[in-house]
Design a protein around this ligand. Structure first.
Ligand code: SF4
Ligand code: SF4
Length: 462
């Protein structure tokens, strides 16, 4: 990887890492610092990029590995389809995921941001390398910025198409791409807008997403403690810093930091890690690689900047077991465990009894009592099914339906209306207990208790 030749502005001219004293934005072109952590991040990051690009093509059990079909409100994850009504599953998944993120953060700090967040992965492994390759920011020809914009646009189009494949499926996406935009104007506009957003984010907004827009970064102070793994500068070893003649000729002993500034020049968010743990640090470990190389040159042991806890930097022992690193994983385990049990035990269909709209009951001209009810039938199977509804109780109740059995396509939800009609003398204190049976003739069968409402009559009254 080539290193940037752009010199940064002197530190005194800026008030924030990316804001100059005159109010203009300070553009960051971080220097690449080769080293063991960069090698690891490049390998892992490209693995993630390949995974992101290939997942839309992968099928599990005849279904896409991931398909988030928003118009149909169907979400397929690793071969399992969730419907809009599956709020319990969604809630358990979200609770588990949030608890897992909290646990990882409490243990390993911003490891997600530095190693796996799409914003960091694409910016640091695709867009910035493209920028360095084309030499944007270097003198010599107006073609460089133009070529940079073109490459960013191509990369953004690729990202936008891959991203949309998760929402529409790879087959539909391929059909859209091969046809004229006028045949699919809405799809084309969505694609163009997504490309524009990607371009805006990675070509212009860049590290500002991490600094000002990402809520996870803001949460850090609440999720980390003194024993969490962070990237820190060992001030006890590095200070007092000094360089050049002051270092060699000074009477006072100097620390290991030679004040070369490489850890600042390589930082993708422009901060100086020597100032202590900062919210802007995304944990990319570039300052570690930069400083280790300097330490090797000056004959000092590496690790002046390293992965460690704030407690260790203060000379204390790092405690691994703390309440938060026990509670968060337990919560994640409980939520994912409950989700797993629910998924393993759920049937091919789900039927919910709902009251009818309007009056709870009406007395017909012949004196019979009629109750409007609705059945919400969710077909989770792969094939269309006909659901037959019947009365399955000893009481004399008649089921009246406009359509029975009720056809429901695969993955669809249908709400069907019925009337249950019973003789008034069967009602006790205004209630009549009854049971409905629902079956699809293909293995699914369920009995659903149902209470009919009617005129209030005392026990024993005629
Ligand atoms: S790279 Fe290391 S030696 Fe150089 S300024 Fe940073 S901490 Fe000091
Ligand atoms: S301080 Fe170091 S780890 Fe943090 S963002 Fe900057 S270079 Fe990356």
């Amino acid at each position: 990887m080539a290193t940037s030749t752009v010199k940064p502005r002197r530190l005194e001219t800026r008030v924030f890492p990316t804001l100059n004293a005159d109010g203009t934005r300070r553009w960051l072109r971080p220097r690449v610092s080769p080293g063991r952590f960069l090698r690891g991040r490049v390998c892992f990051g490209w693995f993630l990029i390949a995974l992101f690009a290939l997942l839309p093509y992968i099928e599990i059990g005849g279904r896409p590995a991931i398909l988030l079909d928003i118009p149909r409100r169907e979400f397929t994850l690793f071969g399992t389809t969730f419907l809009a009504t599956d709020t319990l599953y969604l809630m358990l998944f979200l609770v588990g995921a949030i608890a897992a993120v909290f646990a990882v953060t409490a243990l390993f700090g911003r490891i997600w941001c530095g190693w796996a967040c799409p914003q960091t992965v694409y910016l640091e492994l695709l867009y910035r390398p493209l920028e360095r390759w084309i030499g944007r920011g270097r003198a010599g020809g107006a073609w460089r910025p133009a070529a940079g914009y073109l490459l960013y646009l191509l990369a953004s189009m690729f990202l936008a198409h891959t991203f949309l494949a998760y929402f529409v499926g790879i087959d539909k996406l391929a059909a859209w791409v091969q046809s004229s935009p006028f045949e699919h104007p809405i799809a084309f506009l969505v694609m163009a807008a997504t490309t524009g957003l990607m371009y805006f984010d990675f070509a212009w907004f860049r590290e500002q997403t991490c600094l000002v827009a990402c809520p996870y970064g803001r949460l850090q102070s609440a999720l980390l403690d003194r024993h969490s793994l962070v990237i820190g500068y060992d001030a006890r070893r590095g200070e007092p810093r000094g360089k050049g003649r002051a270092r060699e000729g000074g009477a006072a002993p100097r620390g290991d930091c030679v004040d070369c500034g490489l850890c600042v020049r390589t930082c993708p968010t422009g901060i100086d890690i020597r100032g202590g743990l900062q919210m802007e640090c995304i944990g990319c470990a570039q300052c570690i690689d930069a400083c280790d190389a300097v330490m090797a040159k000056v004959g000092r042991p590496r690790g002046l900047i390293r992965y460690c806890s704030q407690a260790e930097l203060a000379g204390e022992k790092r405690r691994l077991l703390r309440p938060r690193v026990i509670l968060y994983p337990m919560l994640a385990l409980a939520a994912f465990g409950a989700l797993g049990v629910l998924l393993l035990t759920r049937g091919d269909a789900e039927v919910t009894l709902l009251r009818g709209i309007g009056n709870p009951f009406s007395v017909l001209a012949d004196g019979l009592v009629s109750n409007p009810i609705r059945l919400k039938i969710v077909n989770r199977g792969d094939a269309a099914r006909d659901y037959r509804v019947a009365v399955a109780c000893a009481e004399e109740v008649e089921l009246v339906a406009a359509q029975n059995p009720v056809p429901v396509s695969a993955g669809e939800t249908v709400t069907a209306s019925f009337f249950l009609v019973g003789a008034p003398e069967r009602f006790r204190r205004g209630n009549l207990e009854c049971t409905l049976s629902v079956d699809d003739g293909a293995g699914y069968a369920e009995e659903i208790p149902c209470r009919l409402l009617g005129p209030y009559r005392k026990e024993g009254s005629p």
